[in-house]
Ligand binder design. Structure first.
Ligand code: PEP
Length: 261
């Protein structure tokens, strides 16, 4: 059986300027050091706004902190006349390990459809970045099709173009759970994460399915994170609101120490 290192990823969204991002990363490092957090047992990644990435990179590299970092989006193109967009090549040069693609806020607010998300996934891989591919159903989808159908079809659109043996992370984020305070139940998350893993197995084989980390996201907090991570197909969490509160995020990262009632 493949050992999947849990990943706790903090999506800061459009919060913190570069000065606050430095203070946040330093405080997170001290807090986790005091708590004797082991980076070998849980991988931690932060996703600042583009304008903070260079500052975050500098702190992480100069202080040799055991965090990864990434961007919240990238362009499907490498360069050229794409005003306001950021190339995967630039992100890779800044040392980003990951990039989020297809977050529901991009799908909704920027009309990104499955073909754009697929193109962005390929652009990330081309530049050596690990895409965190977000999928998830709206409330309406949930009522019409149940919980798995839409996330699985969104993932299939990516799998259709995904080269064999690509390293990706999948994040199941029900849209109704994002920022609402109403998380999915661990069982719901498990069912959909298992269906997503099965879709990977179907198109790319059992080995890639077993190696791919599938995260849950949507109103994750320190009080519920461990109940998700206890599920066999949930390999981590993509955290939004709670990721910009440093004490709360540090508690989430330490989920293996939580006692579940
Ligand atoms: C997100 O934006 O990816 C997210 C999961 O947000 P929240 O944790 O605030 O629900």
């Amino acid at each position: 059986m493949v050992d999947r290192r849990p990943l706790i990823a903090g999506n800061w969204k459009m919060n913190f300027d570069h000065l606050r991002s430095i203070a946040f990363v330093q405080k997170l490092a001290w807090t986790l050091k005091d708590a004797k957090h082991s980076a070998a047992s849980v991988e931690v990644a932060v996703f600042p706004p583009f304008t903070d990435i260079r500052s975050v990179q500098t702190v992480i590299e100069s202080d040799r902190l055991e965090f990864a970092f990434g961007a919240q989006d990238l362009s499907p193109f490498d360069s050229g006349a794409h005003t306001g967009d950021i190339s995967g090549e630039f992100l890779a040069k800044l040392g980003c390990r990951f990039v989020i693609v297809g977050h529901s806020e991009r799908r909704q607010n920027h009309h990104e459809d499955d073909s754009v998300v697929s193109a962005k996934t390929l652009a990330a891989l081309k530049h050596g970045l690990i895409p965190i591919v977000c999928v998830g159903e709206t409330n309406e989808d949930l009522e019409k099709f149940g919980s798995s159908a839409v996330p699985v079809s969104q993932l299939r659109a990516v799998l259709d173009v995904l080269p064999k043996d690509s390293e990706i992370v999948v994040a199941y984020e029900p849209v109704w759970a994002i920022g609402s305070g109403q998380a999915a139940t661990p069982l719901q998350a498990q069912e959909v994460c298992a269906a997503l893993r099965a879709a990977i197995a179907e198109t790319h084989g059992a080995d890639l399915a077993a190696a791919t980390r599938v995260l849950y996201g949507g109103s994750v907090k320190s009080t519920n994170v461990a109940s998700f991570l206890r599920e066999p197909d949930v390999d981590g969490a993509l955290v939004g609101g709670a990721s910009i509160d440093v004490d709360e995020f540090a508690k989430i990262v330490q989920f293996p120490k939580h006692v579940i009632a």
